[in-house]
Design a protein around this ligand. Structure first.
Ligand SMILES: [Zn+2]
Length: 126
């Protein structure tokens, strides 16, 4: 998307109304993050406009409560994001997605070597 885009009818964006950054077209149009801050989720609706995607507050649904199973799933996902694919060390912070491994493993490796090692690591189950 070009930056100062004002296309309120969506004529140039496949029918999706498009607004420039920091333009506030309607109090009913919120980003996913703004919906979340209001305790809401998109609830299956398609984006109604874009700065990024904006969703209609009037069609949004309440956030689903966290169950034990959802927490377990969340913790497994976060553990995977903190586990180095190469040395299997669990770090305090998430592994940079740009590297795919912890900093000590990436240190001194060329990008091609790193990608080769990561491909090998992915081929072997954890
Ligand atoms: Zn590592």
């Amino acid at each position: 998307m070009r930056v100062p885009d004002l296309d309120p009818t969506g004529e140039h964006h496949g029918g999706l109304p498009t607004h420039p950054w920091r333009y506030d077209p309607s109090p009913d149009l919120l980003t996913r993050r703004q919906l979340r801050a209001a305790g809401l989720r998109p609830g299956g609706q398609e984006p109604a406009a874009q700065v990024g995607y904006l969703y209609r507050r009037s069609l949004a649904l309440p956030v689903r409560p966290m169950t034990e199973a959802r927490w377990r799933s969340h913790h497994r996902m976060m553990l995977a994001r903190r586990t180095c694919a190469l040395c299997r060390t669990v770090t305090e912070c998430c592994i940079p997605t740009s590297l795919g491994c912890c900093l000590p493993c990436a240190d001194g490796l060329a990008l091609a070597e790193l990608e080769e090692l990561l491909a090998l690591a992915r081929a072997v189950p954890a």
